[in-house]
Design a binder for this molecule. Structure first.
Ligand SMILES: Cc1cc2nc3c(=O)[nH]c(=O)nc-3n(C[C@H](O)[C@H](O)[C@H](O)COP(=O)(O)OP(=O)(O)OC[C@H]3O[C@@H](n4cnc5c(N)ncnc54)[C@H](O)[C@@H]3O)c2cc1C
Ligand code: FES
Ligand code: FES
Length: 489
């Protein structure tokens, strides 16, 4: 069954839209069509959080509220969800507890950033737990304030996000869940014409038929890259196929040996599974973008976009991840390291979908580390991203997989360093030197605005040394800012 109208829940009612520019953003819809101008436009690229709105959806039988950047989210992507904006919060002339706490703590001056903070904190408020300072700081890492300063904002959050929420959303939870359940009708969404459309198929079969008919259509998963093509590069994307509703792509499956993530699984959904696989993966995701970016963006998108500075590909390369790709009803599997062929070139045909990412779990004698080096701690692109998996037998390195981002035209393994590490002893640091030296032959990094070539080379060596030092049992407390292995951040 195909539906030709977008449907979402807004202020307790179903909104239906049957005519839509494929790349109309949620922000433009709110400000220009709905005339709800509380949600602000700052950077228009997902960085400042002024446009933060909250989406409600059913997850594991309960409503989950997550903040997203309305400026880079296409309206079609919110099909089946509840859209909450800053105008909705006050009730009967009384401010919402989040808003009241921001007022009481003097946490707003010019006020431009405030609606975005309110909405990020509204999502935290509905997290149903007493928040600590670190959780608050993580929650607002994607919201910039340039005049008040963060201390009063954090204080307000600590005051308001202190356990069980009590507002209109909690009172109406059952009714809202029923409405969201009814919106999830399993139909394929297609709005527009054969020349210009936004489509969101609900099944793999429907996706396959659509890609066969429209090999020139653009896939969109979270649109944390694709959104910027529209808002910053002013590109016209007449045909959009959104992957977020494809049932099969939403799956997370685990065996003793493998974690499999469907291509539409978001970072925030994948985060607990990856953190269980190894704490460094959880820590890397905590620093990837912001809550807003992680609520929309996907690991498959991070791979498919082919960026040499994406954070997850080096870690997945070191872990030996494999991809399933599907096209026109046929499926093939490849190692991730064979996918990134060259700068801007991936082993993917037009219309071929990255379907699933299979990540091998670590065996008892396998040790993993990954480190992200960026200028800012939160929400920054890596200058260098290093990932290491060593198989240890006795005190010897029996096998090594080392991969870096930011060091070459693609995320790339360090084959020469890996070879030189075989047989090295953890208890003899002098035996690590050939591998450290070999990194110079593995990579010829470039200088750009994020780092110089010399800095990148030095940093890569330092990260390999740090991984070896930690795996050998040394303490790295002084060089890990937070999230020491086994410790809460
Ligand atoms: C503010 C901000 C901060 C960011 N910070 C980071 C960061 O710290 N680290 C980092 O690595 N990245 C970062 N990013 C980049 C971005 O979040 C990632 O690249 C993200 O993983 C892209 O996933 P997506 O689902 O949003 O992809 P989209 O934008 O939807 O798509 C990206 C590309 O991949 C293609 N594509 C997506 N899914 C598939 C699929 N299943 N099969 C085939 N093709 C597909 C699309 O056609 C498009 O070409 C940031 C982005 C923003 C806006
Ligand atoms: S306007 Fe800055 S994140 Fe959207
Ligand atoms: S109050 Fe002015 S930018 Fe935050």
């Amino acid at each position: 069954m195909t539906r030709s109208a977008l449907r979402f829940l807004r202020r307790g009612a179903i909104v239906e839209i049957s005519s839509l520019e494929p790349t109309l953003t949620v922000l433009d819809y709110l400000r220009l069509d709905e005339k709800s101008r509380g949600t602000k436009e700052g950077c228009n690229e997902g960085d400042c959080g002024a446009c933060t709105v909250v989406l409600g959806s059913i997850r594991n039988g309960k409503i989950a509220y997550e903040p997203v950047n309305a400026c880079i989210l296409f309206l079609g992507q919110i099909d089946g969800k509840e859209l909450v904006t800053v105008e909705d919060l006050a009730e009967g002339g009384k401010l919402h507890p989040i808003q009241q706490a921001l007022v009481s703590e003097h946490a707003s001056q010019c006020g431009f950033c405030t609606p975005g903070f309110v909405m990020s904190l509204f999502a935290l408020y509905h997290g149903n737990r007493k928040s600590d300072r670190q959780q608050v700081v993580d929650q607002i890492a994607g919201n910039l304030c340039r005049c008040t300063g963060y201390r009063p904002i954090v204080d307000a959050a600590l005051k308001a996000c202190n356990g069980s929420p009590a507002d209109r959303w909690t009172r109406n939870a059952r009714e809202t869940a029923e409405r969201l359940g009814a919106l999830d009708d399993g139909s394929d969404l297609f709005i527009g014409s054969e020349q210009r459309f936004f489509a969101a198929p609900a099944s793999g079969e429907a996706l396959s038929a659509l890609t066969l008919k429209h090999p020139d259509a653009i896939f969109v998963a979270g649109s944390t890259d694709a959104g910027l093509w529209v808002t910053k590069q002013l590109r016209t994307l007449p045909k959009i196929i959104h992957l977020g509703r494809v049932r099969e792509l939403r799956s997370i499956a685990e065996t003793n040996a493998t974690l499999s993530l469907g291509a539409a699984v978001t970072y925030s959904e994948a985060q607990p599974f990856l953190a269980r696989l190894d704490p460094d993966l959880g820590e890397m995701l905590r620093r990837l973008g912001s809550k807003q970016v992680r609520a929309s963006g996907t690991i498959a998108g991070n791979i498919a976009n082919g960026s040499p500075i994406g954070d997850t590909p080096p870690a997945l390369l070191a872990l030996g991840a494999r991809l399933e790709l599907r096209h026109n009803g046929t499926s093939r599997e490849i190692a991730l390291e064979d996918f990134h062929v060259d700068y801007g070139k991936q082993d993917r045909a037009a219309g071929e979908v990255v379907w699933r990412v299979d990540i091998p779990k670590l065996r008892k004698n396998e040790h993993f580390r990954c480190f992200k080096i960026s200028k800012r701690f939160d929400q920054d692109i890596s200058a260098v991203m290093g990932a290491f998996k060593l198989t240890i037998e006795g005190a010897h390195v029996a096998a090594a997989r080392i991969a870096f981002g930011g060091m070459a035209a693609t995320p790339k393994r360090a084959r020469q360093a890996e070879g030189r590490l075989i047989g090295a002893r953890l208890d003899r640091p002098e035996s690590w030197q050939p591998a450290l030296d070999a990194l110079g032959a593995d990579y010829q990094p470039i200088s750009d605005m994020r780092a110089s070539a010399a800095y990148r080379g030095e940093t890569a060596r330092a990260l390999l040394l740090k991984a070896l030092h930690e795996i050998a049992g040394g303490s790295s407390q002084a060089t890990r800012i937070v999230g020491m292995r086994g410790e809460a951040a």
